[in-house]
Design a protein around this ligand. Structure first.
Ligand code: ZN
Length: 167
């Protein structure tokens, strides 16, 4: 296993839409393991393949707390098939936008359909932090960052600061 480089905003790849995975081969399984290790190392609670430069619809999440048993979930081609009417506004960060945070509306709960790492069609009902985390990662698969959910003013403030730090 190895720790991969996490792409940072304003890397243009982060704006690309990822492709559905047709075959779950060794390459995908190894990528999933490396992504998990990379996420734990960061540390973070979610990572999408595009964030390590692979434009495929694969995400890993683990919201277990420090000291708790790890509970990683791999989701391939994840899709929201049901969502609650209730939205929750809460603060979010992103491993591709380190040091910046913003408040984003997410569905309080939703149902996700996905292929597991063995290729079996599965679904999961999620709420709270896990719901937020998976919605954030599915956004990545569509080239969307949490910044895009902020007001134009807030987004521009963060993007200007990032640009400044790049000079
Ligand atoms: Zn992110």
């Amino acid at each position: 296993m190895s720790i991969l480089n996490i792409l940072k905003e304003p890397n243009k790849l982060l704006r690309q839409k990822s492709a559905e995975i047709q075959v779950i081969d060794e390459e995908i399984k190894n990528l999933a393991k490396d992504m998990l290790e990379t996420m734990y190392n960061a540390p973070g609670i979610g990572l999408a393949a595009v964030q390590v430069g692979v434009l495929k619809r694969l995400i890993v999440v683990d919201i277990s707390k420090e000291g708790e048993k790890k509970n990683p979930i791999f989701l391939i081609n994840p899709k929201i098939v049901w969502k609650s009417d209730t939205l929750v506004n809460n603060e979010e960060g992103c491993l591709s936008i380190p040091g910046y945070y913003g408040n984003v509306d997410r569905y309080e709960s939703c149902k996700i359909e996905y292929l597991d790492i063995e290729g079996k069609l599965n679904n999961i009902n999620v709420s709270g932090l896990l719901s937020r985390c998976i919605q954030h990662e599915i956004d990545h698969c569509n080239g969307v960052l949490f910044l895009d959910h902020l007001s134009q003013l807030k987004r521009e403030i963060i993007q200007k600061k990032i640009q400044k730090n790049h000079l």
